[in-house]
Design a protein around this ligand. Structure first.
Ligand SMILES: [Zn+2]
Length: 125
């Protein structure tokens, strides 16, 4: 399952930043094009965090809509569909994805501090 491997990747990033400190909240930015099902990711995280000895680390997801810049007409637009990446203004497929590919651990809350991560990318799962 895609979300399970992503959860393991999140745990690796969290552990490298938090060390042995008690992690309470993990904030993750997820682009719409990453095909992540939020409920499924939260569920997988609830399993992985037990194994990673951070049982109260809550996952907070920040969902980012997909946005493309069109090379044909110059428009920059949010797109609804995550399956067809094309310009909603002129239907050209000659677009650059501006937002939507993100999968980043953006910050952690540990027992006594807020730790800002670099934001660090997580490889495709
Ligand atoms: Zn266009």
């Amino acid at each position: 399952m895609h979300e399970l491997s992503l959860s393991h990747a999140i745990a690796t990033v969290v552990r490298s930043h938090a060390g042995d400190r008690h992690v309470q909240i993990v904030r993750v930015r997820v682009g719409a094009l990453r095909q992540v099902v939020p409920d499924s990711l939260v569920f997988c995280w609830s399993i992985v965090r037990e194994h990673e000895a951070m049982p109260d680390a809550e996952l907070e997801l920040e969902l980012v809509p997909a946005e493309v810049a069109c090379r044909a007409c110059g428009a920059q637009s949010e797109i609804e569909s995550r399956f067809s990446v094309s310009c909603p203004q002129c239907n050209s497929a000659d677009v650059a994805v501006v937002h939507g590919e993100e999968f980043l651990v953006t910050s952690l809350e540990v027992a006594d501090a807020v730790e800002r991560t670099a934001p660090e990318g997580v490889p495709h799962g």
